[in-house]
Every structure is written in structure tokens, then in C-alpha cells.
Design a protein around this ligand. Structure first.
Ligand code: URA
Length: 189
């Protein structure tokens, strides 16, 4: 396991897959490195690639609004990272080969943070982190536990923007996350 500085330096210079050729910035991750709650998305989009930060732009604003409902803040009490750190062209799903090349960085981040709770944003992250055949429509909001880490998936903010009828379910999932934080976290609230 690498320390934060070495890990970030290696990640920022990464050439392990072809996404390195088309990226503007590597999007390493952001937030508190002592967070008990970690959010994991799929990969950078256009705005994230331009700014080097996860979840900026419209989806990021919605994510911030959702976090605020349950008193979470991306800078102070959570950490946000993605499965792949570089933007797939035209925002296509990251290929399995790209995910395989990149996942070690995320695993190292998880090992350094040792979160109590992992929230996957969308199917791609849930399929990689929780289980391969994850069905986001059916299994969002359900809790899974592995090695003492509590995990759940919520709809991706972009999916909520595309279909606002998902908002009530997203709200329920946030309330469930809030309850789980109260149950297992000691310094998030
Ligand atoms: N979508 C993601 O999954 N991650 C980001 O960082 C931005 C958009």
C-alpha cells in the first residue's frame, strides 16, 4: 500500500491505459482523508476532466444538494472518488480493461481511508464494488456488508437528472444512509 503522496503522484502520471492519451486532468478524488463515508462514482465526465475534480457541473450540484439534506459536505466529512480516474471519450461506460487498469488506485484509497460506509453512485460502481450483477433499479438502497464495511448504491445524480421520478427513492436512500451513519460512525456528525 502506498502513502497518499506517492499514490497521488503515481496516479497523476498514470499511463496504464489509453484514457491517458485523451484526458485533460486525472481526477484523483476529493474530500476528507479521515472520512468515515466514501462515495464512489463511475468516472470523470467533461467538466470533471477539465477541472480535475469529481462531480462538478450539473450532476455535481445535485450531488451537493443531496448531501446537504443529510448534513454531509464534500470537503469536510466525506471522500469522493471514481472507479476510473480519467474521462472515457464521449462519456461512454469505462471498459472492463480500463477499470482493471485503474482499480488499484481506488483500492489503495479505500485502504488508506478505511471507511465505515461506502456509497456507490450508479450501476457501474455498484457492479464493481458490491457485486457483478448489481441491479440498480431493484437493489438501490439495500445494505450489503463485507469485512465490516457497510455498502449501498444510490442512483447516479445524472440518472436522477434524466428521470426526476427517481427523486423520492433517492430521498429514501439518503435517509437510510443518514440512519446508517448514526449507527456505525463516530465522527461524521
Ligand atoms: N460521474 C461520475 O460517475 N463521476 C464523476 O466524477 C462525474 C460524473
Amino acid at each position: 500500500m502506498l502513502d497518499w503522496d506517492t499514490l497521488e503522484a503515481q496516479c497523476l502520471a498514470c499511463q496504464k491505459c489509453a484514457l491517458a492519451d485523451t484526458r485533460t486532468h486525472v481526477v484523483f478524488g476529493t474530500g476528507s482523508r479521515s472520512a468515515e463515508v466514501m462515495f464512489i462514482g463511475e468516472g470523470p465526465g467533461e467538466n470533471e476532466d477539465l477541472q480535475g475534480e469529481p462531480f462538478v457541473g450539473r450532476g455535481g450540484q445535485l450531488l451537493d444538494d443531496m448531501l446537504e439534506i443529510i448534513d454531509l459536505d464534500r470537503k469536510t466529512n466525506i471522500y469522493i472518488a471514481n472507479i476510473v480516474k480519467c474521462r472515457p471519450p464521449q462519456n461512454r461506460d469505462p471498459l472492463n480493461t480500463e477499470q482493471d487498469a485503474c482499480i488499484g488506485y481506488l483500492r489503495n484509497q479505500v485502504a488508506l481511508i478505511r471507511p465505515k460506509i461506502i456509497v456507490c453512485l450508479g450501476r457501474i460502481a455498484a457492479a464493481r464494488i458490491i457485486k457483478e450483477d448489481f441491479k440498480i433499479t431493484k437493489e438501490h438502497g439495500q445494505w450489503f456488508e463485507r469485512s465490516g464495511v457497510h455498502m449501498m448504491a444510490m442512483f447516479h445524480p445524472a440518472a436522477i437528472l434524466r428521470d426526476p421520478r427517481r427523486r423520492p427513492e433517492a430521498f429514501q436512500d439518503l435517509k437510510s444512509l443518514q440512519a446508517k451513519i448514526r449507527e456505525v460512525c463516530t465522527h461524521t456528525y
